[in-house]
Design a protein around this ligand. Structure first.
Ligand code: BG6
Length: 519
């Protein structure tokens, strides 16, 4: 064997260290590292929408794939009175479309305990019930408390978990206790700080998991792999080569049955303070030196800190806000936002926003990030599109008489879980004609292993104590600091900030043309 740099390294790996440098990993091995510790998952808000739509299917699917620990105990906790059997029936309805061949075994781990979120007695009873259930099955008493409840109950629930001693980790037995908090983390900087203070009265930062399901989407996680596990893109990933970025999370659904929450939050709090700014951080961040939670979250915070604040004048020039009126979606007539059940008929809550954002640092100076999200748009679609600069000089100008389209790199998140690069090629034939073509990678290509949905991944990470895909408080506060001035400017009256425009449901937003969608 002749030694070159590469095979010397391989030689060292295989012979001296007795390791192999073959990186092919069987798909099952990507699901979970080792077996998970026994634990109890208590879901507050166990009869609510989030539990039924997301948590129940996620837990059952994790059970089916063998990822959940065998001895897992799942306790539903909510205000209604209900027996274990009735609770199991409800959860069964929530997973009715899934493979039910293992249902009975899974159902045996489900329990229900009625809880009043402001009653110390109720929490004392919960504590006793958990203690009884855990005997033998979860001797260390590892626990996750999942707050799938309205944010107005976060503070009292965290407080009562603390005063009943349920938040305490057992130092001697190494039993851990974690609390999962769903967004919104407050409704502005001040309330976010208050909420954090309440959580910290009884939980330490390592116990708090602030969930953002966008981060746990496979295609979103892949942004980091794509950028930092390939050498060819990063040299182009900056203001020298990128003209602008477009990040879109369009939904065709309306406000559904969440009017009470949505009226208070609107699209800025519902989608921008969290999901949209997380996507910005992933495409804009510097490479962390290690794939570890705090290394990554440090880099994200640097991006959040570099967001250029929108002055009142900027917010009128760089932000478009809209609200949907009646229209047609998927061929069916749908009501306008103000006619949705529970919505104020004069509501000024925005259901659509587009904003032009700048990241003021060396890499991104002058590159606009266009962020768009809205409800009742033409279709559900989430994607990040990187628009590269145009060629500096077109030698085809004389022949084609027109500009050459710039290269686009599209990171599809939903429904197209794919990455494609658009570039120009020559059409076959004697005449010089250019056309845009795509080089494409489908995320599932050559992969047959199990796939986890976002909530499944987040629950698994929480059981493993991995904070990588969860918000850290400094990030939450930095994003509120960025949005607060805009929220204040649009407040209730829109007299200082951007005007509220109206768009027909089923279109692409105010202006009702595809201008912003143009590639
Ligand atoms: C949630 C918002 O966080 O994200 C919802 O509260 C929105 O209003 C949802 O519909 C969108 O998530 P996804 O995964 O369907 O794009």
């Amino acid at each position: 064997m002749e030694f070159s740099g590469e095979n010397i390294d391989r030689y060292i790996d295989t012979v001296i260290k007795g390791q192999t440098s073959d990186l092919r990993i069987p798909p099952e091995a990507c699901l979970v590292e080792g077996s998970l510790e026994p634990c109890t998952i208590v879901i507050f808000g166990a009869t609510g929408d989030l539990t039924m739509r997301k948590l129940a299917p996620a837990l059952y699917n994790l059970y089916l794939t063998g990822a959940l620990p065998d001895s897992v105990i799942i306790v539903g906790a909510a205000r209604s009175e209900m027996s274990h059997v009735q609770f199991r029936e409800r959860i069964r309805d929530a997973v009715a479309g899934m493979d039910l061949s293992n249902w009975d075994r899974f159902a045996a781990s489900l329990y229900y305990q009625p809880v009043q979120f402001e009653s110390p007695d109720s929490f004392a009873q919960l504590s006793a019930v958990l203690h009884g259930l855990e005997k033998g099955r979860n001797p260390k008493g590892n626990k996750i408390f999942y707050l799938a409840i309205p944010p107005s109950f976060y503070a009292s629930t965290a407080e009562l978990l603390g005063t009943t001693g349920l938040s305490l980790e057992r130092e001697s037995g190494n039993g851990w206790v974690r609390i999962v908090v769903e967004k919104p983390f407050g409704r502005d900087l001040k309330t976010a700080v208050d909420l954090n203070r309440t959580l910290h009265k009884h939980f330490e930062e390592h116990q708090i998991f602030r969930i953002d399901h966008y981060l746990a989407k496979e295609t979103v996680q892949n942004v980091l792999m794509f950028r930092f596990a390939n050498a060819i893109f990063e040299p182009l990933w900056n203001r020298m080569f990128i003209d602008h970025m477009r990040i879109t999370a369009a939904e065709s659904l309306g406000v559904e049955n969440r009017a009470q929450y949505y009226e208070e939050s609107g699209v800025l709090r519902d989608m921008f303070q969290n999901h949209m700014l997380q996507l910005v951080s992933l495409v804009a961040m510097e490479p962390p030196s290690r794939m570890e939670a705090d290394y990554i979250r440090d880099e994200k915070c640097k991006v959040f800190r570099s967001l250029r604040l929108l002055s009142p004048v900027d917010s009128t020039r760089q932000v478009v806000l809209g609200q949907y009126t009646a229209g047609t979606v998927d061929g069916k007539p749908v009501p306008g936002y103000r006619d949705e059940p529970g919505v104020n008929p004069n509501s000024r809550t925005p259901t659509f926003a587009m904003m032009k954002v700048f990241v003021d640092n060396w890499r991104w100076q002058g590159v606009p990030f266009y962020l768009t999200s809205g409800k009742r748009l033409a279709k559900k679609m989430t994607e990040i599109v990187i628009h590269f600069k145009k060629v500096p000089h077109s030698m085809f100008r004389g022949i084609l008489g027109e500009g050459i389209s710039s290269n686009l790199l599209t990171l599809g998140i939903y429904p197209d879980e794919r990455i494609h690069l658009t570039f120009q090629t020559k059409n076959p034939g004697a005449k010089v004609c250019l056309r845009s073509v795509r080089m494409e990678f489908d995320y599932r290509q050559d992969y047959t292993g199990p796939v986890l949905d976002a909530y499944e991944k987040a629950i698994m990470d929480c059981i493993q104590g991995d904070h990588m895909l969860f918000w850290r408080q400094d990030g939450v506060e930095l994003c509120w600091s960025f949005l607060d001035p805009l929220l204040e400017a649009c407040g209730d009256c829109f007299d200082k900030g951007p005007e509220l425009l109206f768009y027909e449901a089923g279109t692409w937003g105010p202006g009702a043309d595809d201008a912003w969608r143009a590639d």
